[in-house]
Design a protein around this ligand. Structure first.
Ligand SMILES: Cc1cc2nc3c(=O)[nH]c(=O)nc-3n(C[C@H](O)[C@H](O)[C@H](O)COP(=O)(O)O)c2cc1C
Length: 371
């Protein structure tokens, strides 16, 4: 295995994104008090706080039906545009789910928003884990690797529609003949993120995506994924940027931070967590190799939707900053963050953690700082 720490380390400052709470119930399946709203007023203010705090990106989520503590969900593209209209620099990544969306509609929507916002919109192409919602809306539910075959065609179609004057494409899922989208997005083209960590996800990232988003994990396990993705990307003459999820709990002492996580888990809703755990077996576990998101998640892990406790950004600002440098050493370009009380914790994170990260980066990384 190549050494991820030396071969894939980016020299740019690590970037920060936050999960937009456009879905009710927050980012944990727990009855703990959460001072987080899912309405547009709360979210506009949160986006402005995040922009001022040093966050470069915000990520909206897409769900079409209720489940597992998320009773209400605003649609991702419309919601992303509302946040872009309320901010000046923040880039907003809109989740897009093949099936409900086809590339024609997605290309048109995103090109328009791109033109209206000086190019600040990006997309997160998600391949689906929730078979129940597909059943509810009458969409066929494809096998795991077929979903990725469709997603890859979706991305190739998007890129062709956005860049070619006359686009012709004959895929198994999508077809175009001399299609001319006008207006096109302004350059640079909208960034394409993708979520998932199965073999099919890693292969797709290496071939067509700009960014690979993965669930929470340790630096060692992230480094293994990075090695695989970057090794395959290098064979195609490409480099993929890497984003990892984390649920951050920054408190003045480690004991206070741990106590918050203990309370989240103690107040977890067991039926909802177990039902979610059952449903996500349609993701990584359903892949031919049995790897991928949630393939090895415990009950405690599943209380945070995307395994965010595993990344262990739980402790004092200093501990968190050092662990972020460890992730950077593992090849991570962006940390995607969820919080319990979003507005106040995003502000705290920007004030107390990001400056420490920047100081460690200026000193040349964690190892030198620790020495
Ligand atoms: C950061 C991130 C964000 C995601 N957002 C969504 C989403 O909004 N809607 C959705 O249906 N799936 C979402 N997913 C799930 C993925 O699309 C995918 O179904 C899942 O990660 C399993 O993929 P795997 O089997 O390749 O590991 C997200 C995944 C990640 C890592």
């Amino acid at each position: 295995m190549a050494d991820a720490r030396t071969t894939h380390h980016g020299s740019e400052p690590i970037k920060f994104a936050y999960w937009v709470p456009n879905v009710s119930g927050g980012l944990v399946i727990s009855d703990i008090e959460q001072r987080t709203g899912w309405d547009i007023g709360y979210n506009r203010k949160l986006a402005q706080i995040a922009e001022a705090a040093g966050f470069e990106y915000a990520l909206t989520q897409i769900r079409f039906t209720a489940g597992y503590g998320a009773e209400n969900q605003h649609e991702s593209v419309a919601f992303s545009h509302a946040l872009l209209a309320a901010t000046e620099r923040l880039k907003v990544i809109a989740a897009i789910l093949p099936g409900p969306w086809n590339p024609t509609l997605a290309a048109k929507q995103i090109a328009t928003i791109n033109n209206l916002t000086e190019g600040r919109v990006a997309i997160n192409l998600v391949s689906g884990w929730f078979s129940g919602e597909f059943r509810a809306i009458g969409e066929p539910w494809l096998d795991h690797d077929e979903r990725y075959r469709r997603s890859e065609e979706f991305i190739r179609a998007l890129r062709g529609i956005w860049s070619e004057d006359s686009f012709t494409f004959a895929g198994d899922f999508y077809r175009y003949r001399d299609y001319a989208l006008k207006p096109k997005p302004i350059d640079p083209q909208p960034e394409i993120f993708q979520g998932g960590s199965s073999r099919a996800a890693r292969d797709m990232a290496a071939r067509v995506s700009d960014w690979y988003f993965t669930n929470g994990n340790t630096p060692e396990n992230v480094a293994k994924q990075v090695d695989d993705v970057q090794g395959k990307a290098a064979a195609e003459g490409r480099r993929v940027k890497i984003g990892v999820n984390a649920f951050a709990v920054a408190r003045p002492t480690e004991a206070e931070a741990r106590a918050v996580v203990d309370e989240i888990i103690a107040k977890a809703n067991p039926e909802a967590v177990n039902a979610f755990g059952h449903e996500v077996k349609n993701a990584g576990k359903a892949s031919p190799e049995g790897e991928g998101n949630w393939a090895k998640s415990s009950f405690e892990d599943l209380v945070q939707y995307n395994d965010g406790f595993k990344t262990n950004l739980i402790g004092t600002p200093r501990q968190i900053a050092e662990r972020i440098l460890d992730l950077k050493d593992a090849g991570v370009d962006l940390v995607l963050l969820g919080f319990l009380h979003f507005q106040e914790e995003v502000e705290f994170f920007g004030r107390e953690v990001i400056p420490l990260v920047r100081a460690l980066e200026a000193e040349g990384g964690r190892s030198r700082a620790a020495a």
